[in-house]
Design a protein around this ligand. Structure first.
Ligand SMILES: *Cc1c(COP(=O)(O)O)cnc(C)c1O
Length: 397
């Protein structure tokens, strides 16, 4: 059969793609060989990986790989249906119980991804008559969920509790039926932590509910690795805990943890839960194995913290600007997009993978390398990284 080209029909798309190329924003997929691990292989070359969200290195963990293949052999490759039809198997129930226990909530609900969890939860909880207060740097899945909900959207200045309060109090004449404050717990490009204690106080004062999206916080921060609330040691009945299984947990999937009444409601009203095939048994078993490690092996989190500190201090002593203290996300601020790309390329020549992040992902003038530490990086890996940054620096950084 001849390959169809569609040049005439889809010509308008080609024009947009040409526009991306002209603006230096076109992206080729980069193909890696082998596992996502502390070291990745590209074009036959090993590169120390500073470019993932695989904070604990669990994607390459023997126990997880074993759990995944055991579950596939026992339960098959797919769940065959959505959760409310015939897709719920023993591992799904076990994982939701384990997630609730981990988060210290009554119940939890599993989604196919963190993106789906945000979309499903926000659209189920807020509608046309409601108001959503969203941090200016929130993740795309929160923004899309808020838009899709048709609620009135108030975007408050990043991590700025006083701007949030101004907006909450300013709308007292038209408070909305329901008020939902949504924030990333740890922000993906800056690595800073949302001011959750202040947000929860405001939620109390103004009768709002709070969703904290702990995609980069679950398994990473907090004494028990439970994320942002754990980090600050705060609790609240108003808090809805959202997380992903695709980052520190080394697999895929998303979840919401909270009171039974909330989870019961979402089971009926969160459309990506109701109308999507249940995650595969292997995916679910992988998450269960990851959860056990996060719960029982805090030393991995301590090692992550230590590796983050070594990299942060090392980069600073080389003269790089690296804001932040708490998380394994280290933004190495460069400024202009061309310089960020050049630094990233120079590092890759030295065997280090660190992606350049440019507008529109970050504000103009704040192009950076987004460096992430992993618990499994060895001391030799860290030495190699700092040596590569040292060598790259005299070339104009
Ligand atoms: C990655 C991310 C998501 C999406 O999670 P996936 O499981 O990858 O779909 C949601 N929120 C935030 C803040 C994220 O960083």
């Amino acid at each position: 059969m001849r390959t169809r080209e569609g040049t005439a029909v889809f010509g308008a798309l080609r024009e947009e793609i040409e526009g991306l190329k002209a603006a230096d924003l076109y992206r080729e997929p980069r193909v890696f060989e082998g596992k996502a691990d502390r070291v990745v292989v590209k074009g036959g070359r090993e590169l120390v990986c500073l470019a993932s969200n695989n904070y604990l290195g669990l994607t390459a963990d023997e126990a997880l790989m074993q759990a995944s293949s055991d579950a596939a052999l026992r339960y098959g490759t797919g769940s065959g249906a959505s959760r409310l039809v015939s897709g719920t198997m023993a591992p799904h129930v076990e994982l939701e119980r384990a997630l609730a226990d981990f988060e210290g909530t009554e119940a939890a609900l599993l989604f196919g991804s963190g993106f789906a969890a945000n979309l499903g939860t926000i659209t189920a909880l807020a509608g046309r008559d409601d108001a959503i207060y969203s941090d200016g740097l929130n993740h795309a899945s929160i923004i899309d969920g808020a838009r899709l909900s048709k609620a009135r959207l108030e975007i408050y200045a990043h991590a700025d509790a006083s701007d949030l309060e101004r907006r909450l109090s300013g709308n007292s004449a038209n408070p909305g039926r329901r008020r939902l404050i949504v924030t990333d717990g740890v922000f993906s490009m800056d690595g800073d932590v949302a001011p959750l204690p202040e947000i929860l106080q405001l939620a109390d004062a103004y009768g709002a509910w709070v969703i904290v999206d702990d995609a980069h916080a679950s398994g990473v921060i907090g004494a028990g690795g439970r994320g942002t609330a754990d980090h600050y040691g705060v609790e609240s009945e108003r808090l809805i805990q959202l997380g992903t299984l695709s980052k520190a947990f080394g697999g895929e999937g998303g979840f919401v943890a909270g009171p039974s009444v909330l989870v019961d409601y979402l089971r009926h009203r969160a459309r990506p839960f109701v109308f999507s095939t249940a995650p595969s048994p292997a995916t679910v078993a992988t998450a269960l194995a990851a959860l056990r490690i996060v719960r029982d092996e805090p030393e991995r989190r301590l090692r992550l913290r230590r590796n983050s500190d070594v990299l942060r201090e090392g980069l600073r002593s080389l003269g790089y600007s690296v804001p932040g203290e708490t998380t394994p996300i280290l933004p190495v601020m460069v400024g202009e997009p061309g310089r960020a790309v050049a630094l990233s390329e120079a590092l890759e020549e030295e065997g280090v993978l660190a992606p350049a992040i440019r507008p529109p992902t970050v504000p103009s003038g704040t192009s950076r390398l987004r460096v992430t530490a992993m618990a499994t990086h060895t001391d030799e890996d860290l030495d190699r990284v700092l040596e590569a940054f040292r060598k790259a620096r005299p070339r104009g950084f």
